[in-house]
Write a protein that binds this ligand. Structure first.
Ligand code: MN
Length: 289
């Protein structure tokens, strides 16, 4: 199922051919259009496994509207955190030696190892909403890079989740851009500017057996392919990331996990249009301002 937030945080399901959406908001108990009261969304994520069969029935009986007539929102509402995996494709780890030589004048070996870090949830932005390059960063001459990643949305949370059970905690997958300043500053600051975490266009949910393995990720900038990878090449797979992250911090329903940058990271500039697509999920199209 392609579960979407749209307009004033209404809930919808997008058709398989990605042309229409059905509005299921009236079926949600406690729905509120105020993004600061996002409890209904976190409940939905937590209970998704139980609710999904009812949604299938609701979709069949609801009226479709043209997808072009709505404004899609990032499929995340008040997540307690954004977790992100670092150094999770071998070819990206390899290219980072050159990127760090150019942008830092040295290679930071600790950044070459798989680990997880945090981004501010306020960095999330909607499909189509421009990435705003911070003037101070641009003036300082620091590069700002695209990282086009498979993103996990947590359903039922937990601490100390076993690898074997980790995928039961995944509500679905979406596309995300982990926009990153290359500078000597702390990772959490370099990646947490407002609009530095575009997400969307919706969540491909997992109740039908869809999982994050074997998916093609392609990022184009103004139509030119810059990043291309298959998620089978992840060093630590989705189950491993969820299990590892939950060994450090309790995962909460609706939490967002970026799974790591494919090779081909590079600078973005004002006026460019980024198109991040993941097979089986969809296209996230975002301009740069
Ligand atoms: Mn990243």
């Amino acid at each position: 199922m392609r579960l979407a937030l749209f307009d004033d945080y209404r809930l919808g399901v997008v058709s398989e051919d990605e042309t229409t959406i059905v509005d299921l908001t009236s079926g949600i108990s406690g729905h509120n259009t105020d993004p600061l009261t996002a409890g209904w969304w976190r409940e939905l994520c937590r209970d998704w496994r139980v609710l999904a069969p009812r949604f299938v029935e609701l979709v069949d009986s609801a009226t479709s509207i043209d997808l072009a007539d709505v404004t899609l929102r990032a499929p995340a509402l008040g997540p307690s955190k954004i977790i992100a995996a670092a150094s999770n494709y071998a070819a990206h780890v390899e290219e980072m030696h050159g990127v760090q030589e150019r942008t830092l004048g040295a290679v930071e070996e600790w950044m070459m190892n798989f680990d997880v870090f945090l981004k501010a949830p306020s960095s999330i932005s909607d499909p189509g909403q421009p990435i705003m390059l911070p003037p101070s960063v641009v003036e300082a001459g620091n590069e700002i890079h695209h990282e086009s990643e498979l993103v996990v949305v947590i359903g039922r949370g937990g601490f100390g989740i076993e690898r074997e059970k980790a995928l039961e905690h995944v509500m679905g997958y979406t596309a995300g851009l982990d926009i990153t300043v290359r500078s000597p500053a702390d990772r959490s600051r370099r990646k947490s500017y407002d609009t530095f975490s575009p997400l969307g266009p919706w969540i491909r949910t997992t109740e039908d057996g869809f999982d994050g393995s074997g998916l093609d990720i392609v990022l184009t900038v103004d139509g030119e392919v810059r990043q291309q990878v298959n998620t089978r090449d992840l060093i630590v797979d989705v189950a491993g990331i969820v299990s590892y992250a939950s060994s450090i911090m309790t995962l909460m329903p609706g939490d967002i996990i970026f799974t790591g940058a494919p090779p081909g990271v590079g600078p973005i500039a004002s006026g460019e249009v980024l198109d991040s697509s993941i097979s089986g999920i969809g296209h996230l199209v975002v301009p740069v301002a």
